[in-house]
Ligand binder design. Structure first.
Ligand code: GLU
Length: 556
């Protein structure tokens, strides 16, 4: 046994599994040529943001469009940052947007697939196997430097104004310990971390062809980075390289804040004898704030948090479509040409992704969601609004479940028509939309537009009550409204009004508006005839009478 082997045995006596055995346990995947294997690899810190969802979506699209696999790996090597149920929160967050992984972690204690465990805290033996291998090859060594020694080192570097700081070159005190010194310290139980013996040369460059950013060029890594912490837990850099190799990842999709770590990652892959994956570094999602582009911020922008979309009740397919417009700007043209195709058919391309960061625009997200909801059947709108209300608006849920058919009839108004209305962007808009159909939550407000006088409105409503017949079909109903115009000084002809406005108090639109306000307290609603039919004669008469009283007071 040479010195390195003796050291490796001393450091990892219990590790008997070999890299060759692991290669065999996790063979190359049997996938079609060109299939991409991607992973979403978050830490369970409890906060999922839209950037995470966006990156998971890019993982999924890469896998789906190439017949590959997208898996979920949990990077929980930093136990301090972990929150309770952090894993289920991640899985549910993905599920909520339909970005469910094909493989990997499937819940707090659930996994699927042959490349696991998919949770880093359960892969200790695997990391130690590769750590042992590096020690055997002289590529890693134990470092016994204490916190105080390391801060002294930093101070010295500060004092010297060293251009590069850290544990490298002549600062690597523990690199040169002899085997005897190492063994002595280990046997005395001295705490240590395992460091990489970097073979990097500062004057040499590495080159990486990123699929979004293009060719990246950086100096080689010269730092003896930590591979295993003093508790034997790997650092992210080391663990992810082992995992991406053994899980046979072909494409690493992640935030571009990781570009700075590429020299370390590329070096680790090389020294471990692994082929590096292809890289897809995504720019952060940006926002326009007073004309300036800035990153979305946790403090200022509630729309950054994934929980916001659930609480507001955004339809997941709408959010997904919006994210696709951010991913590939040609998505919108494709959608216009293929209005009913499932999004899975969209020919996504990584190459068309923005290099500088897509701009997130909530107003546009709302428009897309309105389109989605406007194309749903009344039944679906009812079901989904109900599901949301059950969790977030119990009063509305109570009203819906007490009379489901009534609620469905509300959503059916003006729905199956060539140009359906687009009033609802998210389920939290529904209360406002249906409010006047429910006397329990309706607050009448007969305020008129400025161009209509209270006395005239009162006259319109009084005349209307005399001719109103709940049994009238839409045509008769409307001809009756027209019929009210002339005797009250309005005209049934809008064009006539426009050419001769002085001659009239208003036109038939104003007369309908008065009735609409009396019945719904709104100037803009779906088809009024249908609304009145659904409310029923008693309610309509009572609301109009109420409005007449209100106008009487106003008109005095
Ligand atoms: N665990 C890392 C993170 O949460 C993942 C980085 C990567 O995807 O390689 O950012």
């Amino acid at each position: 046994m040479d010195d390195f082997e003796i050291l490796a045995q001393q450091l990892f006596p219990g590790i008997t599994v070999t890299p060759a055995e692991l290669e065999e346990r996790y063979p190359q995947r049997d996938l079609p040529e060109g299939a991409r294997v991607t992973r979403f690899a978050p830490s369970p810190t409890g906060f999922m943001h839209m950037g995470n969802i966006f990156s998971a979506l890019i993982d999924k699209l890469n896998a789906d469009t190439t017949g590959g696999i997208y898996y979920l790996r949990i990077e929980d090597t930093d136990k301090k940052r972990e929150v309770e149920n952090g894993i289920s929160k991640i899985f549910e967050g993905l599920n909520a947007f339909g970005i469910t992984p094909d493989e990997g972690v499937m819940g707090q204690n659930e996994e699927k697939g042959a490349y696991g465990p998919y949770q880093q805290s359960r892969r200790r033996e695997i990391y130690q196997c590769y750590a042992k291998e590096l020690v055997k090859k002289g590529l890693a060594y134990p470092c016994f430097c204490s916190e105080e020694e390391l801060s002294r080192l930093r101070e010295e570097q500060e004092a010297e104004n060293a251009p590069v700081k850290g544990y490298f070159g002549r600062w690597t005190k523990c690199r040169s310990l002899t085997l005897d010194e190492q063994l002595k310290k280990l046997r005395s139980g001295a705490p240590y971390v395992l460091r990489l013996r970097s073979d990097g040369d500062e004057s040499k460059r590495i080159f990486v062809d990123d699929l979004i950013k293009g060719r990246l060029e950086m100096p080689e890594n010269i730092q003896d980075i930590v591979l295993l912490k003093s508790d034997g837990i790997p650092t992210y850099h080391f663990a992810h390289a082992v995992d991406d190799h053994l899980m046979r990842t072909t494409h690493v999709v992640r935030g571009d804040e990781w570009i700075a770590s590429l020299p370390v990652h590329i070096q680790l892959f090389r020294l471990l004898g692994f082929r590096p994956p292809k890289y897809v570094h995504i720019s952060p999602i940006m926002k326009l704030d007073n004309g300036n582009k800035r990153k979305l911020s946790k403090r200022k922008d509630p729309e950054l948090a994934v929980s916001f979309y659930r609480e507001q009740g955004y339809p997941k397919d709408g959010v997904l479509e919006y994210l696709l417009t951010l991913a590939n700007s040609n998505f919108e043209d494709w959608r216009r040409a293929n209005p009913t195709e499932p999004v899975g058919r969209f020919p996504f391309s990584v190459k068309k992704m923005s290099q500088s960061g897509a701009i997130f625009d909530l107003a546009k997200m709302n428009d897309i969601c309105k389109n989605k909801i406007s194309a749903m059947s009344a039944d679906e709108v009812f079901q989904r609004a109900c599901e949301w209300a059950r969790e977030f608006d119990s009063e509305l849920y109570g009203l819906f479940s007490a009379a489901p058919e009534y609620a469905k009839a509300i959503f059916a108004i003006d729905r199956d028509v060539p140009k359906p209305r687009k009033d609802i962007a998210k389920w939290s808009d529904v209360r406002q939309y249906v409010e006047y159909f429910y006397s329990d939550i309706y607050l009448p407000d007969s305020t008129l537009p400025e161009n209509i006088k209270a006395a005239d409105a009162k006259a319109v409503l009084e005349s209307y009550l005399r001719v109103y017949d709940a049994a009238d079909g839409k045509d008769v109903w409307f001809s009756k409204i027209k019929g009210l115009c002339a005797p009250l000084g309005f005209t049934p002809d809008v064009r006539e009004y426009k050419s001769n406005p002085e001659a009239y108090k208003g036109h038939v639109g104003d007369v309908s508006t008065v009735i609409r306000i009396a019945v719904t307290s709104r100037t803009n609603t779906p088809d009024l005839h249908s609304i009145m039919a659904l409310l029923g004669e008693r309610e309509v008469r009572s609301r109009i009478s109420g409005a007449i009283n209100f106008m009487s007071v106003k008109g005095e």
